[in-house]
Design a protein around this ligand. Sequence first.
Ligand code: AMP
Ligand code: ZN
Length: 113
Amino acid sequence: MPCLFCHIVEGRIPASKVYEDADLLAFNDINPQAPMHVLIVPKAHIATANDLTVEHDILVGAMTRRAAAIARERGYHASGYRTVLNCNAQAGQTVFHLHLHVLGGRDMAWPPG
Ligand code: AMP
Ligand code: ZN
């Protein structure tokens, strides 16, 4: 089945890239929910958080630290920002390629809707 974020990683669908290295790609969300709304994805296809294994621990750590680095670049490091990883339908996951939302630049409610 074609995967939207695999297509973005492969450059077959354009995206507003924020960061790229050998393992990760970050790009602006097409439907931003905050002044900063970046998605960080592994280049390798991993469908959901349920599919992570111990072999992915360094990758997930790199995703989390990249979120902090992007927030720092955007000036939200000290004021605060939110990372979100939706897993499966009831949590609102719509694209089944692991992605970390990085949101900032406005007050955030808790609990999330
Ligand atoms: P989720 O609901 O957690 O699966 O998040 C999927 C996210 O992907 C949503 O915030 C969408 O706005 C975003 N999205 C969908 N298509 C694109 C695209 N072509 N480029 C960038 N972001 C996208
Ligand atoms: Zn994929």
